[in-house]
Design a protein around this ligand. Structure first.
Ligand SMILES: [Zn+2]
Length: 202
């Protein structure tokens, strides 16, 4: 049942040469001298960087959740403050923050690290925050058949801070609620109370 999951694929899927010439073009277009020392290796560095930042495109996020154990726990399991970094697909600038990911098992649980790995795989793609949260909630519903799944994402977007509206420090919160989290008020309340509560000093 422990299927191997390629969490750090090689970069052969990426067309590095194409990124390199595109980055060279951008540097030239903004009037930079791409031959000067600091920039000489930049196109290659950026190509390698995208291989890392978009590694999730070639990772099967759902495969992580296929590691399952039968367990009769039917109460909330919450992953709180899962730090993540992603790139917005509209500007290719980072957005980052924390995710709170919960599910109520319907007969089986998955490995604790697997939920985080699945979320990281979904983050490492050109993304939008709204979709990141709902993809994760839908993936848990599909793979774990839980009684419910919930994902709240709180993030800062560099495309809103460094450019455009220039609103430094503003926080965007999105939520995706499925199953019991959507239909049962008490379950939803429990989730939101837990994610808002003081962190224990562990
Ligand atoms: Zn953006």
């Amino acid at each position: 049942m422990n299927k191997p999951v390629d969490s750090s694929p090689g970069q052969d899927w990426i067309d590095s040469g194409r990124i390199e010439s595109a980055v060279g073009e951008i540097l030239a277009a903004v009037g930079e001298n791409s031959a000067r020392e600091g920039l000489r290796e930049t196109p290659q560095r950026v190509a390698r960087m995208y291989g890392e930042l978009f590694a999730g495109m070639h990772e099967n996020a759902g495969a992580h959740l296929e590691v399952q154990f039968d367990e009769n726990h039917r109460e909330l399991v919450l992953f709180r403050d899962v730090r993540f970094y992603s790139l917005c697909e509209h500007h290719l600038l980072p957005f980052f923050g924390v995710a709170h990911i919960a599910y109520i098992p319907g007969g089986h649980i998955t490995g604790l690290s697997k939920v985080v790995r699945a979320f990281k795989a979904l983050s490492a793609r050109p993304q939008v925050q709204e979709r990141l949260g709902s993809q994760m909630a839908d993936l848990m519903m599909e793979k774990l058949a839980p009684l419910g799944a919930a994902v709240v994402v709180e993030a800062r977007h560099m495309c809103m801070e460094m450019r455009g509206v220039r609103a430094p420090g503003s926080l965007i919160t999105t939520s995706a609620l499925r199953g019991a989290f959507e239909t049962r008020e008490s379950t939803r309340m429990e989730f939101f109370t837990l994610i808002k509560g003081e962190r224990s000093a562990l």
